[in-house]
Design a protein around this ligand. Structure first.
Ligand SMILES: Nc1ncnc2c1ncn2[C@@H]1O[C@H](COP(=O)(O)OP(=O)(O)OP(=O)(O)O)[C@@H](O)[C@H]1O
Length: 310
């Protein structure tokens, strides 16, 4: 088996609230993150993403299960791999009155990274033009990119970002997305958690979808979409109502939208045309509708409600 960047097996974590209530945050999570590229770690709010990430980083103790990072069992062997991992789990603290560059220089000195890395990471996160400006004048998106720049100082092979675009405007989201894409293309592994699909669908090479702390689906974006078994065709036809009742009577799920019918569950588009033609209704247009990650996600997590909160 090829080495994985991250692997968890039967990972479990139950919290006890102050009132003594038990909250199962992660219940038997099997996660596999391949080496290289962007991996979207997706799930509704409260589904256990942050807890899983914190366990991987040794910040929260797991109740049961195993975890490896680059083949090393963590948290036991974390010291052996921690140098290869950069993570942003909470907003890091920067000095507001110092420039972005100065902040990075101080950090580089603190962790023993060469000063020349500062210019490189500013470039990688497209901050070089604003590097001399004070941190407090940065937009939220720039602050977040500076945090990414800080994790890049030590050239990690694996980057873990927990909801990196929270609170950002569309331009900020795009910038973070492009930064992640660039890192994935360099061959680094980026694990990015999100509950917003549209954000990750465009950058992720592979995804894992979780709900209630369990894995619901994983693979390449195409595999996860294809594996949903959802096939929909959009058809244009005269007498929409009549066509809809014919198709419904054949066991297909049909809904009308404008001048079109959307038909779910037909194995072959030809089946739709044939059934209508038998009743002398002729299809003027027929387009297969590609399922997107969003609809698959909603379908998979439909029973999840508020994720782990109940
Ligand atoms: N310290 C804690 N004490 C008690 N319960 C907690 C604690 N941290 C998390 N939880 C609960 O565990 C569950 C999983 O939370 P977690 O933050 O891991 O989910 P998440 O998928 O990261 O959600 P979000 O996207 O909202 O951050 C939730 O029900 C949450 O309320």
């Amino acid at each position: 088996m090829p080495e994985l960047a991250i692997r968890t097996q039967a990972l479990r974590k139950t919290y006890r609230t102050r009132r003594g209530k038990r909250v199962v945050a992660v219940q038997g999570l099997d996660l596999e993150v391949p080496i290289g590229g962007v991996h979207g770690f997706l799930g509704p709010n409260g589904s256990g993403k942050t807890t899983s990430i914190r366990m991987l980083l040794g910040l929260v103790r797991a109740d049961a299960g195993t975890m490896t990072v680059f083949g090393q069992v963590v948290p036991d062997r974390l010291p052996d791999v921690v140098g290869r991992v950069g993570a942003i789990v909470e907003s890091p603290k920067f000095f507001p009155s110092f420039s972005g560059r100065k902040n990075l220089e101080l950090l580089a000195d603190a962790i023993g990274a060469p000063r020349k890395r500062v210019g490189e990471v500013l470039e990688e996160t497209s901050l070089n033009e604003r590097g001399k400006d004070r941190f407090k004048t940065y937009s939220l998106g720039m602050k977040q990119r500076l945090a990414i720049a800080a994790t890049l100082l030590k050239q990690p092979d694996l980057l873990i970002f927990d909801e990196p675009t929270n609170g950002l405007d569309p331009a900020g989201i795009r910038e973070i997305r492009e930064t992640m894409r660039g890192l994935g293309e360099q061959g680094r592994t980026v694990l990015v958690s999100s509950h917003i699909l549209a954000e990750v669908e465009q950058v992720a090479d592979t995804v894992s979808i979780i709900g209630h702390g369990r894995l619901l689906a994983s693979g390449t974006v195409a595999e996860v979409i294809g594996g949903s078994g959802k096939s929909t065709v959009k058809i244009g036809v005269d007498q929409l109502d009549k066509a809809a009742s014919i198709l419904t009577a054949s066991g297909l799920t049909v809904r009308a939208e404008g001048n079109y019918l959307f038909v779910d569950g037909a194995e072959h588009s030809a089946e739709v045309t044939r059934r209508l033609a038998q009743q002398e209704l002729y299809v003027s247009e027929l387009v297969p509708v590609r399922a997107d990650l969003e609809s698959v996600f909603l379908e998979l997590t439909a029973d999840e409600g508020l994720g782990g909160d109940q």
